[in-house]
Design a protein around this ligand. Structure first.
Ligand SMILES: [Zn+2]
Length: 276
């Protein structure tokens, strides 16, 4: 009944590529048609918005476009407001034709005039739903840095040159750069051959150039391959993450696990050096 649910259901912690795919999915399925009915199933997910305001801004209005910044999806409405969605853990969108149906884990359900429905699913109930006057308002409120994919190479280099602390923490901090989380942080560092605890201050110009190059490459290719680990190159770390013992796809040595910011960090001690 809900074939689309399988499409994006596998992502545990959505990062930039996952949310970009949600944005594209949203734009393919939800634009133009007036919203006939709004049902907020999980009011606990409301972000700086009263339920009444959510209903008023959605019902009898329609979406005119989508935008993504980091891990946030913004859906523009015809009344100059934006519906903002953050996917938290295991969040996703599902469009289906079945008026009156409500898939499991639905947090917000929109029924359009043509009987199509759009559900925002949140299995762990850790997402956010809100109405904002502009994406910029939320970006400022949440102190989000530039989008990790949209940022230019020059701006990225300037930002990281002013940074401090360990490189993995730096990359994952949403106020430095918005969109990179644990899994893509590991992948970018693996491909840039940088140790996750490498001090940002110690990075050479060549390190930074490699990092910038891999940031773009990893995010772009991941989006291109629908963020499905099994469709990503076998030379990447990502398709092997779920295995108990991982051999480095580059040198064949053992991949090591450590904790950074409470998250399991994977790296190859042979390929990824602390300092150049
Ligand atoms: Zn290696």
């Amino acid at each position: 009944l809900f074939p689309d649910l399988i499409l994006f259901g596998a992502t545990i912690m959505p990062e930039l590529p996952d949310v970009e795919l949600e944005r594209r999915y949203f734009e393919r399925t939800a634009l133009s048609e007036p919203i006939a009915k709004t049902k907020l199933v999980e009011p606990a997910l409301l972000y700086h918005t009263a339920a009444q305001s959510l209903y008023q801004n959605l019902t009898h209005h329609h979406f005119t476009g989508g935008r993504r910044h980091g891990k946030y999806l913004f859906a523009r409405l015809d009344n100059d407001r934006w519906l903002v969605l953050h996917f938290g853990m295991t969040g996703s969108l599902a469009c289906f034709e079945c008026a009156g149906c409500q898939p499991d884990y639905t947090a917000l359900l929109l029924e359009f005039d043509n009987d199509k429905c759009l559900a925002y699913l949140s299995q762990r109930k850790l997402g956010k739903i809100g109405i904002v006057t502009s994406p910029e308002t939320l970006i400022e409120e949440r102190d989000l840095g530039p989008d990790a994919l949209a940022i230019s190479s020059d701006a990225f280099k300037t930002r990281i040159t002013q940074g401090a602390g360990g490189i993995k923490s730096w990359l994952m901090n949403q106020s430095h750069l918005a969109g990179i989380g644990n899994i893509y942080g590991d992948e970018i560092l693996f491909q840039a051959k940088l140790h996750p605890r490498c001090a940002v201050k110690q990075l050479s110009e060549a390190d930074i150039a490699r990092l910038d190059d891999k940031r773009r490459h990893v995010l772009e290719l991941a989006i291109d391959r629908t963020a499905d680990p099994q469709q990503l190159p076998r030379t990447w770390l990502l398709p092997h993450r779920e295995q108990k013992h991982i051999d480095c796809p580059r040198c064949g040595g053992a991949i090591r696990k450590t904790k950074i910011n409470g998250r399991t960090t994977l790296y190859c001690p042979a390929c990824q050096h602390e300092q150049a």
